[in-house]
Design a protein around this ligand. Sequence first.
Ligand code: NCD
Length: 332
Amino acid sequence: MQAIETFPTTDNVANLQLDASGNLRHLLTLEGLEKDLLVGLLDDAQKFVTHPGDATARSQSLAGRTVANLFFEASTRTRASFDLAGKRLGADVLNLDVNTSSRKKGESILDMIYTLQAMQVDVMVVRDASAGVPAYIARHVNDYVSILNAGEAEVSHPTQGLLDLLTIRQHKGSFEDLTVAIVGDIAHSRVARSTGQGLHTLGVGELRLISPPVLAPDAGEMPYARLFDNLEQGLRDADVVIALRIQRERIGNLDGIPGIDEYFANYGISTERMQLAKPGAIVMHPGPMNRGIEIESVLADSPASVITQQVANGVAVRMAVLERVCRSMGRH
Ligand code: NCD
C-alpha cells in the first residue's frame, strides 16, 4: 500500500529557494523570484542556445556533480531536457524509474531522498502530481543538495516558465509593450501559473487568460491578468499566443468540460483566428500538443509557430539553472 504522506503548501516557498546570500539554491517557483535573478537566468540560458551541429554549448562546469531525475509523474520533454542539460555540463545523471521503485512499495519520499543524498547526489530534479512536494523535500535535504521543481501538480513549473520567457524575449525583445494571451485549461495548468508569474515580474504590458468559464482560474488568483471567455476578444492584437492542453488527468469530474469538437470550435487556435492577433504574432505550446483540439495542425507547423524553439530553449534554460544552483551555498 502506498504510504500516506501530506505535503504542507503554505510555507514561504519564494524565500526557501534562496541561500543566506540571496543566491538561488533551489528552484521551486517563479512567484516572488526577483526580476534581476530572473533576467540573470535568461541571460545565462541565452549563452547556451546554439544551432544544430554546433557543439559550443557544452562545458564541464558540472563535472564531478551528480544530478538525479525523480519523475513521479509522466514526462517526455522535461525529463529528456534535464537529462541532456546535465550531460552537456559534464554531470553524472541518474534517471530513476520511479514508477517501479520503492515509493510504490510504500517507502516514504523522504527515505528515498535520504538514500540519494547518502550516494552524494547534488541536485534532485522532482516532478510530482501532489502540491507541495518540491518544497517539502527542499526543507529536509542537507545544505549541499539542491532541489529543482520539474512540475508540481497544477501549482508550478518554473523551468517551463523560464523557457517561455526566453522564447518570447528572443522574438519580441522586451516585455513592457507586449500583450500575451494564454488560451485553454488555465485552471489546471502549472504552465499558465509559472509563465504568468514570470511575465508579471518582467512587467508584461498585458496578460490575458482565455478559457471556457469552467476552466478559468479562481477569481483574484492572478489579479494582474485579464480573464476572457471569448477567444476572438482575447486574441485581438495579441503579440504572443500560448495554447494549452486540457489537463484531463487533473480533472476529477469531467461533467461540463467541452468535448473535442466543441473545444476546437470555440477555443482552438487556427491560422484564421490568428488574423485577429498582431501581424508577426507568435504561437507557442508547452507540449504535449493535441493537433486539431487546442491548435490547428497547419498552424503548429507554420512560420508563426515557435514550438520547437521552445523545446530547444528548454535545454538551455535547464543548463543555466543547474549551473546557477551548483554555485550557491555549500558548494566549491
Ligand atoms: C506541461 C506539463 O507537464 O505541465 N508539459 C511540459 O512540461 N512540457 C504541460 C502539459 O502537460 O500539458
